[in-house]
Design a protein around this ligand. Sequence first.
Ligand SMILES: [Zn+2]
Length: 421
Amino acid sequence: MSKFLAIGKYSIGMGDRFGRQARAQLRACIRAAAEGVDVVPVWNKSNREHVIIGSEPRQSRAAAEAAVKALKWNKPYFVDADHIGLETVERYLPHADFFTIDVAEWIGQAAPAEAGRRFVERHRELEGEIEAPGIGRPIEMERAGVERIVNKYYLAAREAGKIYRHIAQAKGAGNFVTEVSMDETDTAQTPAELLVILAALGDEGIPLQTIAPKFTGRFNKGVDYDGDVEQFEKEFKEDLAVIGLAVKQYGFPPGLKLSVHSGSDKYSIYGPIRRALRQFEAGLHVKTAGTTWLEEVIGLASAGGEGLAVAQDVYAGALEHIDELCGPYAAVLDIDRGRLPSAATVRGWTAEQFVAAARHDGKNPAYNRDARQLLHVGYKIAAKMGRRYLDALEEYKETVGRNVTENLYERHIKPLYLAKD
Ligand SMILES: [Zn+2]
């Protein structure tokens, strides 16, 4: 292969639902670079987000390029076709150079018996005690376990191969970054499962650069990690060890790394993640999408006047359409409806009250994680506002932009990639 487009060690996925924050987002990476750490910006937008907003992948590309040009960013950047499948990838092909192949819906569909048997024969290295440097003990596998796992993931891996080859045919191999995601499913994948999945993806010949398993615990939208942090840390390290094994064994690009689809703001696991990366000298991709949209709302609210009125109306509209908005995100929300303030209450709030409720600050007693989750899925209301919402973003762009940059840099990039401990 003459050319191979590599993602780099540290990268951050950023979502820009209305296509107005690319500069503010890029400024966060510029700040990291000024501190001596390269964090590659990746603008991600799922098909689901495009459909809800009514936007097109070419707009994401245009917004990213405009920001890169305006701020004279001369390092790599990417546009991610996030969570695509064969039926949704087409319109992304000319505009994306990072593809997140989502095969979660294929998990658990039984593999043809012959295929499973052949896999087990081909991968005898997966049986027994597998030395995994860095976690203090081997990963134990038995033949029956390998068979059970491959049966569960075989069709998902095969579908990933099909989608990868479809993209490669259109774009040329080596001209794009490939991620495979399995995070949008109900049960977490164990490190042993991850190893078998990687073996199967290796069989498909996918030059995988990032993989997004479902980690243990809940990754609810807009709020902190909900789960056992110690267990997460243990499995995360095991996953890193598995990645190291897979690179050697299955010929993946040496930079292969985990991708954490954060659903925004998983602050309590950022420290454990950073320390694990140091220990394994590993890279990472972290996707944040809705956290930027929430900063738009917070920025608007903090400006007062029409900005605050727009934020209040977004909340009121979201509350009115709560079932419709939460539907597509049911697996990643945990809203206690009894703790949601009424529309009238929120319309009576000052700018400070709105910001205190919506901003993710667990130490502030006024922070309301239920209202924040509702706002997180409420972007369709802003999309329906059309001109009014976009005009407000324009009018208050400095306040909004400051919040967007600050949030990505201080609350995400810094604790993940820059903190020293
Ligand atoms: Zn995801």
